[in-house]
Design a protein around this ligand. Structure first.
Ligand code: MG
Ligand code: MG
Ligand code: MG
Length: 305
């Protein structure tokens, strides 16, 4: 029976490409695995899949009775609803320790690096398995995406090293230009509904017994949002009510200016203000140098909630 490999809900490029790359490695090692996904492919990931000639993994949302590997997450709130009825064989991730647990021993590759595909690259090296050229190109793009072309504070030497080695295998000299091309695709926010935008890269966290959802849009120029702020706030309010959330935050990250505009809709506004030492009377604030949800947003929210 094939084991399924998938990333978090509302998958990003790391989750989709990680499922494909880890599945390829596992299959080379003699296991039978199938990459899957828990949600729609975003425009950036579509661009990468097309660029390297890969198909999207099959959409699959339920896993009761199946064996699974998780990549790029280990939070219950980002898991399939029936995850407790699945057998978790392993986890490959670069996030904080989550709240999932298992009944049997499992394989874990968890490292504080900028991208899950950096860890998968290290697994290929560990097992001495060659990475096909086009797969290497996709893994390289996942690293460029997660580390915002090495600008994110989550980026480590291991990520840049892995990325450069993958670029060499993929025979791509100007990998940063390809990264920029990717972020320009990502910056096209005009062909989506406001709800889709808030949810495009969205994660729920359980904080002190309440649900806090944090979305992020990384673009090359924040002025694209100027004419749609009110509508974004409306969509955030709706998502907050519908999902029974205490707080919904949207990070509008400018990857050139290197900072984020924080949009907040919350029943605990003073906690969010305290977390970042800011005033949120207008519902929004600019946070210079803030680019990482994982490292610069979530820990400070957790402290207050
Ligand atoms: Mg991810
Ligand atoms: Mg990731
Ligand atoms: Mg990200």
């Amino acid at each position: 029976m094939s084991a399924y490999i998938f990333g978090h809900t509302t998958p990003d490029s790391d989750s989709i490409i990680g499922a494909i790359s880890l599945s390829y490695l596992k299959n080379q090692l003699g296991e039978d695995t199938t990459p899957t996904r828990q949600g729609d492919i975003n425009p950036e990931t579509r661009f990468i899949l097309d660029r390297f000639g890969f198909k999207a993994p099959e959409l699959k949302r339920t896993y009761a009775g199946e064996s699974v590997y998780l990549i790029d997450f280990m939070e219950r709130s980002q898991s399939p609803k029936d995850i407790d009825e699945a057998t978790i064989l392993g986890i490959v991730d670069h996030h904080k320790l989550g709240d999932l647990t298992t009944n049997s021993p499992l394989e874990m590759w968890v490292r504080p690096v900028g991208c899950s595909n950096t860890i998968v690259k290290q697994m290929f090296d560990y097992y001495g398995v060659e990475i096909p050229k086009d797969l290497a190109g996709m893994m390289m793009c996942a690293i460029l995406s997660d580390t915002v072309i090495f600008k994110s504070p989550t980026c480590t030497k291991e990520d840049t090293k892995a990325c450069k080695e993958l670029a060499k295998i993929a025979e791509i000299d100007d990998y940063k230009a390809l990264g920029m091309e990717m972020f320009i695709v990502k910056s096209d926010v005009l062909n989506a509904t406001k709800e889709e935008l808030v949810l495009r890269d969205f994660k729920d966290f359980n904080m002190g017994g309440v649900k806090v959802g944090v979305g992020q849009l990384e673009v090359v120029d924040l002025t694209v949002f100027d004419s749609m702020k009110d509508e974004l706030f409306n969509a955030m309010r709706e998502i907050k009510e519908k999902g029974d959330r205490d707080t919904v935050i949207l990070l509008l990250t400018d990857i050139i200016e290197e900072g984020s505009q924080l949009l907040v809709v919350s029943d605990s506004i003073s906690k969010v203000e305290k977390a970042f030492n800011v005033n949120l009377d207008s519902g929004e604030v600019w946070l210079p140098k803030v680019m990482s949800r994982k490292k610069q947003i979530i820990p400070f929210l957790k402290q207050q909630f």
